[in-house]
Design a protein around this ligand. Structure first.
Ligand SMILES: *[C@@H]1O[C@H](CO)[C@@H](O)[C@H](O)[C@H]1NC(C)=O
Ligand SMILES: *[C@@H]1O[C@H](CO)[C@@H](O)[C@H](O)[C@H]1NC(C)=O
Ligand SMILES: *[C@@H]1O[C@H](CO)[C@@H](O)[C@H](O)[C@H]1NC(C)=O
Ligand SMILES: *[C@@H]1O[C@H](CO)[C@@H](O)[C@H](O)[C@H]1NC(C)=O
Ligand SMILES: CC(=O)N[C@H]1CO[C@H](CO)[C@@H](O)[C@@H]1O
Length: 411
């Protein structure tokens, strides 16, 4: 088994699925581990803002080519697809490649840390693959191979890139690509106009899951590395949430509608800090990013101060004792994002360059005003660690539910 970072920018549109015979009644679940980087990037808030900018550029690139097969060759598109490099927090999974499985990304990659071993199921296609992910990159050879998820489900003839060179990846063997298929266009050579079926595409195509749906369970933690997450392909895991799932349609606002875009409004201590705005839910962003004016209202009302060392908002423990909940109004439901949820885990302050006796907040400024951006906010990992999330392609909707961790005190 190799350990792959998940590429979890979820596409708004997975492969269309023809009417099918249901082969498995059980959705496929895959355990995922969370890792917090100890070294490298110093300003993680800026890393999240850079991701926001790249997502906006990616959607603009798509918009200008609407109706075409999109040739997405620019590096910025790929940046948006990759939480594994240059970010504070990565979620990783173990998968097998080959039969017997020896190892295991939009492009799935192996071989960065542990060598790929060819087996009888390995078919070399003759193409080379190359993807640039902002500060990191992979290039190598394309193979089709059997990819085994950690629970035994196998995808045959899955396209994988076997790295001959990679940079910017530490402690992982590659990438399990769960991003939009369009992002794989232009990654193959000489077949530059061929896109690559992703793992999720092939799970649907091969009728291993009955519907292209992904559900994500993250949990807050104050450990640097822990396996506490779960990705479910093709269904939801009702043991991971409490009450009902609130579903909202993907927003019609562009460019948020290119991704998992929703509309929400936010109050703090009874004061509206964000009126109803379109933005996205994104598993590849670490923090909660708000529009500049909403962020300013948050700063004003919480008394937090911007800290130039870490880039985070900072407060004293006595100020933190008075911090109130944020309330997110999404569809018919109000989701409470507690004071504890707004704090970076205190025993991990050194990971962001902070001092041990202060409290750093995970609420940050997206940087560009909504009218320039079109993506007003990003509900990133810190949000998804408090709520179960469902990305339902067939019904073009996003689901959210409370969990045992919504009100947990971990930080
Ligand atoms: C995989 O692709 C090869 C070559 O195209 C083909 O011979 C083989 O039948 C395929 N295997 C499966 C399980 O689809
Ligand atoms: C929540 O916690 C309770 C008590 O530990 C447990 O019985 C229940 O199964 C948990 N529910 C979920 C959805 O995690
Ligand atoms: C969940 O939904 C069902 C059916 O719509 C409803 O009867 C029930 O009251 C809801 N439960 C909660 C906790 O909202
Ligand atoms: C916030 O959203 C809720 C539910 O959609 C709505 O009832 C309320 O009017 C909204 N408030 C603002 C200030 O946008
Ligand atoms: C059955 C099926 O859909 N297989 C596809 C899996 O992915 C490879 C690589 O992109 C395709 O060539 C197969 O057609």
């Amino acid at each position: 088994m190799q350990v792959l970072a998940l590429v979890l920018l979820l596409p708004a549109v997975l492969a269309a699925v023809p009417p099918i015979v249901r082969i498995t009644d059980s959705p496929i679940t895959l355990p995922i581990a969370k890792r917090i980087r100890a070294v490298g990037v110093t300003n993680f808030v800026e890393a999240d803002r850079a991701r926001a900018r790249s997502l906006i550029q990616m959607s603009k690139a798509k918009a200008t080519k609407a109706g075409d097969d999109i040739l997405n060759t620019n590096a910025d598109s790929a940046v948006g697809n990759d939480p594994a490099t240059n970010t504070l927090v990565s979620y990783v999974a173990s998968v097998g490649v080959g039969n017997p499985p020896t190892t295991g990304s939009s492009n799935t990659w192996v071989g960065a840390d542990t060598a790929y071993v060819k087996t009888p199921t390995s078919i070399q296609t003759g193409d080379t693959v190359s993807v640039t992910y902002g500060s990191g990159s992979f290039s190598g050879t394309e193979f089709l191979d059997l990819v085994t998820l950690s629970n035994g489900f196998a995808i045959s003839n899955q396209s994988i890139g076997v790295a001959t060179s990679s940079s910017g990846f530490t402690g992982v063997d590659g990438i399990l690509g769960l991003g939009p298929t369009d992002l794989t266009l232009g990654t193959l050579s000489p077949d530059t106009t061929t896109s690559v079926s992703t793992v999720t595409d092939n799970l649907s195509n091969q009728r291993i899951i009955s519907t292209p749906l992904l559900a994500v369970s993250f949990e807050p933690t104050n450990s640097q590395a822990i396996t506490n997450g779960e990705l479910t392909f093709g269904g939801i895991d009702s043991s991971k949430f409490i009450g009902n799932i609130t579903y909202v349609p993907i927003t019609s606002s562009s460019p948020s509608n290119t991704f998992w875009g929703i509309e929400q409004n936010i109050t703090y201590g009874g004061i509206p800090i964000m009126f109803t705005t379109a933005g996205i839910v994104d598993t590849g962003t670490t923090l909660l990013l708000l529009p500049p004016l909403s962020f300013a209202a948050y700063v004003l009302n919480t008394g937090a101060t911007p800290d130039s060392t870490t880039g985070f908002l900072k407060m004293t423990t006595s100020e933190f004792a008075n911090l109130k909940s944020l309330f997110f109004s999404i569809g018919e439901t109000t989701f409470e994002f507690t004071a504890n949820a707004q704090a970076w885990p205190r025993n991990l302050n050194s990971f962001i360059g902070g001092d041990p006796n202060s409290v750093y907040l995970v609420v940050a400024n997206i940087g560009l005003p909504n009218r320039l951006n079109g993506i007003g906010f990003i509900n990133g990992q810190v949000f998804l660690e408090r709520f179960y999330s469902v990305f339902d392609t067939a019904n073009k909707r996003v689901g959210l539910a409370n969990t045992n961790f919504t009100f947990a005190t971990t930080n």
